[in-house]
Design a protein around this ligand. Sequence first.
Ligand code: ADP
Ligand code: ZN
Length: 608
Amino acid sequence: MLEQARQLLQRTFGYKDFRNHQDAVISALLQGKDALVLMPTGGGKSLCYQIPALLREGTGVVISPLIALMQDQVDALRQHGIRAAFLNSSLSGSQRAEVAKAFRQGTLDMLYVAPERLMMESTLTLLDECPPSLFAIDEAHCVSQWGHDFRPEYQQLRVLHQRYPSVPRIALTATADMRTRQEIIEQLALQQAQVFINSFDRPNIRYLVHQAGSNREQLWRFMQAEHAEDAAIVYCLSRHQVEETAAWLNAKGRTALPYHAGLPAPVRQAHQQRFLREEGVIVVATIAFGMGIDKPDVRLVAHLSLPKNIEAYYQETGRAGRDGEAADAWLAYTMQDVILQRNMLEQSGAGEMHKRIMQQKLNAMIGLCETPACRRQGLLAYFGEQLAEPCGNCDNCLNPPETWDGTVAAQKALSCVVRTGQNFGVQYVSQVLLGKADARIHRNRHDQLSTFGVGSEYTLNEWRSIFRQLVAQGLLMVDMNAGGAMKLTADSRAVLQGERTVQLTRQQKTVKKKDAASHRRSQTTVTDTVLSAADQALFERLRSLRLTLAQQQEVPPFFIFHDRTLRQMAEQRPATLEAMSAVAGVGEQKLQRYGKAFLEVITAGGEQ
Ligand code: ADP
Ligand code: ZN
């Protein structure tokens, strides 16, 4: 049976080998067992159910949360010659009847439905008539009421187990934490399922974190230097910030589209569509954007503010580089973000218990931002995974920050906060430390304090950074109800009394450019091929053919071939269809449909 699966992998999908336990998952399903698959984004979850659905009797039913994406999911499968359809409210009554008919006749390999549609009696009756080959529950973390993608309908999916005990079920998610795993098992009654856990490392993503004043300008410089023409997602905290940032990027000459829950659905849909179908589009979004977006060639995910927790950060940055090629996760935050997030939580109507958990999660996120150690090690450790060596592909590995003993500086800062009555913000207290008596300081007689001018060894910016780190470390808090005044915390006293030391970091100014040799990758290896000029030129021509073909069919370019496939073509320059079929990602159907056209471009390129 597994031999057949392997043939299908090669013939239909054009890949040589299984990866990330795909073969073991497939084999479990082929034996009629249930499976829970935890695999990072881009790991290859879909093949785990697509291949068994093709091999087993009956139609594979895929439960997917977003009906807006079903058309695309089905179109992508059809490109491979797979008979796929979906059932949702966007279809007319007669179209739905058509799909139901195909289902009954057994001429469908896969059927996509949303959970609420599946639970309708009419759908269940249809399934009673012709038992499906399997149920695939995609984005299974939607059952978790603690998660940010909670969908109550998902919890009803446990009836599948009771109603169709002999149909194997596979639940899949890229969410890594233990609590969610446990909840999926319980909510979906998957106690008997085989569990497949992969490393959550995304070695091709480079993590970069900045503590910044003017985030946007920094982002722009980074984009110009590294992603001038790439597709990107920029996450912002508020709708207002989304609109503003998108307009600003457009004014700079990039194509940037806003996306947030306040926009009408057709606008959101149109922007998502353009992001998928055009090349080099930037979506500027609140967290409302991204779930289920399978665009493989997003080269940059940027955060212009601090994410609420590490789960969200991991999930959002995970949308970069699904195709396994090098990508960046870039984050810049300010002390203002830390204060804002802490206050939002404090003032939220949530119960004490919930608040406390959320506070801890936020602190872990801040800790990850402030750490001088390897970001990837920190990130994976949060999900209970040990990475033996520093990764070599994050800002702290590439450009180690200097740590220094900041105890004395912290003492000066804290004592100046005390002497000014815990009534002032960073700017004011810093000026006192620097000994700059402006009118306000003079009026308050703070130029008479013993701490006036004791901090002149640092610049204003350095004091800002020190205060930010003290707030981040919980040694100071900022009271927004008192105009941003800094106050001591329970932990401050030990510092003031010299009972505890404070480690601070200093970011070095330069960020190293991508350097292939320095990418010591942890587990998976990433092929960061650098094309020769001639190959690059051919690659561009292949891309432009791809875009034309995609536009003709009104599908995203990556439905036809991924960048990686085109890059391989440019390098290997296959001269026959047979040689082309050896390129990864060229399956039978695609070879038949597109092989000739791409071959022509390649041979024409050779003559030039
Ligand atoms: P996920 O759903 O886990 O995020 P996908 O199923 O979309 O990931 O797969 C990510 C990419 O990896 C897709 O382009 C897919 O075609 C490719 N892929 C999947 N399995 C393999 C494999 N065994 N070998 C090579 N590429 C694969
Ligand atoms: Zn690292």
